[in-house]
Design a binder for this molecule. Structure first.
Ligand code: TRP
Length: 381
């Protein structure tokens, strides 16, 4: 594979991703300083770190959604998770941003748990496993701090009666040739997988359908999910619903660094899973790939390279709570003042603290998770 070659689809992410080129290939818009300033203003003078630090970097139709909001037309946020195993810290990014929108803009949240998708697209998983992971993942997601009064969940296999009347109409608008071209599915792909994208579209239209008037939708997601929603947007008008707006994030690099080929034996070491005990967290961070030099002397003299460092990526996406802290870590790394061992030690402590707080929030989320799952269609249409 040539250096500049990369692949990004909902079912495969591979190679060194050139994010500007990806944006051009996908035809999305740049998240500009002007747009960020407008979000800052509408949020009452605050911006989420994921927005200020360049993790979210691309969008579709965000400006129109913000205009609508400013003119009294609230949007809702929608994101989801395909439950193939435990969540890791980077899986929470899209939900962190959604929760921030809910808190700052007072908007509603829709979460989709696609146990069906993972059963169809991952041959090795049983139905019981995808359902079990779906519930486990849901508790972790709700623990991010969603408001029970303004949050609804579609858990596909359990919410199908609520989704299906709309899925029927969505599915008729999507030609098989489009699915094949967009997702690159093999001829041997099972037909569940082929149909699945219709179900990922449904939540984007669901409130408009249920309420009988346009309810704009904003979807924060990894840019790998854009192909699904390009289709959603293409068919929206034909069904009489507003096109959802999108906010795309970059993919967070794994702990083992860009050049390690993933296999089933090392994949577990590549991320901090939320069910990892403290000793495992510590081991993973201690062995994580950094941008450090080979000797202490060299590092003091030349400084390290944060941009390629997987530990810096963790500071950047979650564990530097303030911009001042983030800038300090970055500056001291680059200057050689901060050595990798010390940086890792400090990160380990923060991760432990986060896990402890998360565990408490997760237990509380179990009290209302069931009641958030939508099981009935709004009308018999
Ligand atoms: N397909 C996504 C995954 O594999 C799950 C998902 C469903 C999703 N609906 C979504 C992701 C909306 C982002 C936004 O994880």
């Amino acid at each position: 594979m040539a250096d500049e070659e990369f692949v990004v689809t909902p079912y495969e992410v591979r190679g060194h991703i050139d994010y500007d080129r990806l944006r051009e290939m996908f035809g999305t818009q740049e998240l500009t300083p002007e747009l960020l300033a407008r979000i800052h203003h509408l949020a009452g003078g605050e911006l989420h770190p994921l927005l200020t630090r360049g993790i979210y970097y691309s969008h579709r139709d965000l400006a129109a959604t913000l205009d609508g909001f400013a003119n009294g037309r609230p949007f809702f946020v929608y994101s989801g998770r395909g439950p193939s195993g435990p969540l890791h810290t980077s899986h929470l990014l899209q939900f962190d941003l959604c929760q921030w929108f809910q808190r700052k803009f007072g908007v509603r949240m829709t979460i989709q748990i696609t146990d069906d998708e993972k059963f169809w697209s991952r041959g090795g998983l049983s139905r019981e496993e995808t359902v079990r992971w779906g519930l486990e993942n849901l508790y972790d997601i709700l623990a991010v701090g969603f408001d029970p009064k303004r949050t609804q969940v579609f858990f596909d296999s359990r919410s199908i009666a609520a989704l299906y009347p709309l899925a029927i109409r969505v599915a008729r608008k999507i030609p098989y040739s489009t699915v094949k071209a967009v997702f690159g599915l093999e001829p041997s792909a099972n037909i569940g997988w082929i149909f699945y994208t219709a179900l990922q579209t449904v939540p984007a239209f669901w409130p408009s359908w249920a309420e009988g008037h346009d309810v704009p939708c904003l979807i924060p997601c990894g840019i790998d999910q854009d192909p699904h929603f390009r289709m959603t947007r293409d068919i929206a008008e034909g069904l009489g619903y507003p096109k959802p707006a999108l906010l795309h994030s970059k993919m967070v690099p794994g702990l083992l660094g860009p050049d390690v080929v993933m296999s089933t034996t090392n994949a577990a070491d590549n991320a901090l899973f939320l069910n990892d005990p403290p000793t495992v967290v510590e081991k993973k961070i201690r062995q994580a790939f950094t941008g450090g030099r080979t000797t202490v002397e060299e590092q003091r003299r030349l400084g390290a390279v944060p941009e390629i460092c997987s530990v810096w990526a963790q500071w950047r996406t979650r564990f530097a709570e303030s911009d001042a802290k983030f800038e300090q870590v970055t500056r001291d790394c680059r200057s050689g003042a901060l050595l990798c061992g010390d940086c890792k030690g400090e990160l380990i402590e923060r991760v432990h603290r986060f896990y402890a707080a998360h565990a408490v929030a997760r237990e509380k989320a179990k009290d209302w998770a069931e009641s958030a799952i939508v099981t009935a269609a709004p009308k018999a249409l």
